[in-house]
Design a protein around this ligand. Structure first.
Ligand SMILES: Cc1cc2nc3c(=O)[nH]c(=O)nc-3n(C[C@H](O)[C@H](O)[C@H](O)COP(=O)(O)OP(=O)(O)OC[C@H]3O[C@@H](n4cnc5c(N)ncnc54)[C@H](O)[C@@H]3O)c2cc1C
Length: 419
């Protein structure tokens, strides 16, 4: 049985960011992932300028850019009535400083680069090993994990175990921390196309009455397409995912011509339902980070940023916990991390839930889009909040909500399909 300071389950952005930060400060970190990298991950694959900041700190940004990743100027949201919300990253924070652009890049590329950075900083990486259970001391404290690799079971001990194993985290479930919301219940179908017409420098979200689709240039001639629909359609999807997705796109008059001569370049992957939130981000001997701790809905994106930032925050707490003289002092450091995470992301979680409700209610999203299409400053503010570089309090104000949801006259021609 091996033993290390910190065992990180999951080598996605959360696990890689944490392991990188720990290894860089001389802490022994062992990352275990069931996959072999590079591996795909169903995702709309956009990152805000804030995520670029962390990539830069990890020494990953240049490498990502060199792979031909696409720059992203902001996001356009089309409501079911055809009204458009056009938000720009630069305008929202008003300076062209450190990084004024977002990025979109295939996860296969991004995640492999991030893991490589963690490995180069000194983290030990084991791929192809699935964590199946937690090991506990007689008092219930988590002291390691059990893995299954090539049919063989092994045990790995650690002073701290971190669950960075994404949605439906085994670590969160085995620790009794996982909590799944009953609403919203949505599924996603994700793939890449080549040859989609009129793809620009903005990510696109097209909201319809029966779901929404995110579309973005991910560089090298490829476009990510991530369709999200209510879980009640799972039976239709199960029959033939690709046919379901293609039918859905073909039925939208404003999208069909853009896909008419496009070719699908990767299998259609299904994932969901989402909407889970750990009751607590820690337990004695253990902490959660990234999607394992919280993921609501893909609409607002930014899960990659939250995972990377969560890794940064947790690294500080892990250092304190490892230096603690007594177990209860180590636990206090993990509890402080959980409080810090809630303080940093709490406002954003509220905005995500409001947006989650609005996009599921056509009259509300139609009205919001009509109002925001006339007020670019308000649209930029919202994109800034979802992009994590404007504080959530800027939009959780009665004045802002009134301007977005208050009654307004319909825009002339707003029902016409967009070209
Ligand atoms: C449809 C969709 C679209 C999205 N679009 C965006 C977007 O445009 N922008 C954005 O920022 N975010 C987006 N997200 C969210 C984003 O994908 C996640 O928030 C992000 O991947 C979280 O990173 P993570 O490291 O926590 O988890 P993950 O990236 O899921 O990594 C978890 C890792 O753990 C490993 N693992 C799982 N179980 C085990 C186990 N038992 N043993 C060992 N290893 C295990 C997995 O193999 C994986 O490598 C989207 C999500 C979905 C579903």
């Amino acid at each position: 049985m091996t033993s290390v300071d910190v065992l990180v389950v999951g080598a996605g952005p959360a696990g890689a960011s944490l392991s990188f930060a720990l290894a860089r400060s001389g802490i022994e970190a062992h990352v275990i992932d069931r996959a072999h990298f590079p591996r795909p991950k169903p995702c709309a694959e956009y990152l805000s300028p804030e995520a670029s900041r962390i990539l830069s700190d990890m020494g990953a940004l240049e490498r990502v850019e060199q792979t031909g990743a696409a720059a992203l100027a902001g996001v356009h949201v089309r409501a079911p009535n055809g009204a458009m919300i056009r938000g720009d990253f630069v305008a929202a924070h008003g300076f062209a400083g450190f990084r004024d652009r977002g990025l979109s890049v295939r996860r296969e590329i991004l995640d492999a680069i991030l893991l490589d950075r963690a490995r180069s900083a000194g983290a030990r990486v084991t791929e192809g090993a699935r964590v199946t259970d937690l090991l506990r001391a007689h008092d219930g404290r988590v002291i390691g994990v059990r893995t299954l690799c090539g049919g063989e079971t092994s045990e790995h001990r650690a002073r701290l175990v971190i669950g960075a194993d994404g949605l439906r985290s085994v670590v969160a479930r085995r620790a009794g921390l996982a909590h799944t919301f009953r609403w919203p219940r949505r599924l996603a179908l994700v793939t890449h196309y080549a040859g989609v017409r009129d793809i620009g420098v903005h990510g696109e979200m097209h909201v319809e009455r029966d779901g929404y689709v995110g579309i973005a240039d991910v560089g090298n001639g490829l476009t990510t397409v991530a369709l999200v629909v209510p879980a009640s359609r799972s039976r239709e999807i199960a029959g033939d995912r690709a046919a379901f997705l293609e039918r859905w796109l073909a039925q939208r008059a404003h999208l069909a011509p853009r896909f008419a001569s496009a070719t699908r370049e990767s299998p259609v992957v299904a994932t969901g339902p989402f909407a889970s939130h750990a009751r607590r981000g820690w337990a004695p001997g253990l902490a959660l980070v990234g999607d394992a701790a919280d993921f609501f809905d893909p609409f607002t994106g930014e899960g990659i940023y939250s995972a990377l930032r969560g890794g940064e925050l947790l690294a500080g707490a892990v250092r304190v916990a490892l230096d603690a003289a007594r177990p209860r002092h180590a636990d206090a450091a993990l509890a402080a991390y959980d409080a810090e995470r809630r303080a940093e992301f709490g406002g954003k979680w509220l905005v995500e839930r409001i947006i989650g409700a609005v996009i599921g209610t056509a009259p509300l999203i139609n009205r919001a889009a009509r109002n925001l299409s006339r007020r670019k400053d308000l649209a930029d503010l919202l994109i800034g909040v979802t992009g994590d570089f404007v504080p959530a309090r800027e939009v959780i104000r009665l004045g802002y909500l009134w301007k977005v949801f208050g009654r307004s006259r319909p825009l002339a021609g707003s029902r016409a399909p967009l070209a």
